[in-house]
Design a binder for this molecule. Structure first.
Ligand SMILES: [Zn+2]
Length: 318
């Protein structure tokens, strides 16, 4: 059964808003757009894999985790983890279009598009081997020699995949279930209680990494991020504040709480904290009383008094 279901990469929306707020003169726009597309495609691939495992059954208990971050010898981020009493499998999901070649010496993933364009990516193989090694050591330290397998999944059959060695298991979506069913189960390494314990351990140990503020992560100067309130409907920047609502001059969309999204953008894109002045500047509001009324409703963490107040996101919104 699935115990940690599929969820979208949590900073995808903030990354999209960063791209919308980036000044045209910043040379990183294309790079960020590619990063956004790469994460989005990765999410779609992982979603498809998780969906294909939803109704899956085996004659023994198993637990499936999507996107599990664990601190072992280093921080590892597993796309899909399959835990059973007999074995463990780490799935690395790759959603990459085109003809794919996994090369050795050096290990690279080379992709050729139908128009002849060639792109070189990091090979998923060394990372997968490292994850398998670390998880194997983790279980050994817990006193069990349970087999840990790894496989790279290319969920979309449109790809033509060529491998220069057969060291790594490569699966298409329709091969995942037969692969799992064919894993030999001679010895049970975990009791029911042990399996439950490991499930709880993995769920408790999972720590979502924080990429915020995004301008630090992507090395972007603050002045390259445009102020203003984004319209949720058309994506344009520059909603105008009227007494009871925000109004988009581009598409005429009205929204009462548009400033809240903008303030969350500020925390995620620019800085963990915001002052009264900086916030009004960001939203384009001159009236301090109007500002206080708005920010009060948001239940942010605050330190200091009146105009010296520093606001930050409460723990559950981070
Ligand atoms: Zn609009």
């Amino acid at each position: 059964m699935i115990v940690k279901p599929y969820s979208e990469t949590h900073y995808l929306e903030a990354l999209n808003n960063l791209i919308r707020r980036l000044v045209l003169s910043n040379p990183k726009k294309e790079e960020l757009e590619n990063e956004y597309k790469r994460i989005k495609a990765g999410d779609i691939g992982e979603k498809v894999v998780m969906e294909s495992l939803e109704q899956f059954q085996l004659p023994y208990d198993f637990f499936i985790f999507h996107n599990l971050s664990l601190l072992l010898e280093s921080k590892i981020q597993i796309d899909v983890l399959f835990l059973t009493p007999y074995y463990v499998v780490i799935f690395e999901v790759k959603n990459i279009k085109g003809d794919i070649e996994l090369r050795h010496n050096p290990r690279q993933l080379v992709r050729t598009l139908s128009n002849g364009q060639v792109h070189v990516f990091n090979s998923p193989e060394p990372q997968l081997e490292e994850y398998v090694h670390q998880l194997k050591r983790f279980f050994l330290n817990k006193g069990t020699n349970i087999p840990v397998y790894g496989a790279v999944i290319f969920p979309f059959t449109s790809s033509f995949i060529k491998q220069t060695s057969n060291k790594t298991t490569i699966l298409l979506k329709n091969e995942i279930k037969p692969f799992l069913r064919n894993i030999p189960i001679k010895t049970s390494f975990l009791t029911n209680k042990g399996l439950e314990h490991m499930k709880g351990y993995f769920l408790d140990s999972h720590t979502e990494f924080s990429p915020y503020p995004l301008i630090d992560r992507y090395n972007i100067p603050r002045e390259d991020i445009l102020n203003g309130v984004l319209c949720k409907k058309c994506g344009e920047l520059g909603m105008k504040k009227f007494s009871h609502y925000w109004f988009c001059p581009s598409c005429h969309f009205k929204n009462v709480t548009a400033h809240e999204e903008a303030i969350y953008d500020y925390f995620k894109i620019i800085n963990h904290t915001i002052t009264n002045t900086k916030c009004r500047e960001f939203l384009g509001i001159s009236n301090p009383n109007q500002f206080y009324r708005m920010i009060k409703k948001m239940n942010l963490n605050s330190v200091g008094k009146n105009r010296h107040t520093i606001y930050s996101l409460p723990e559950h919104r981070k």
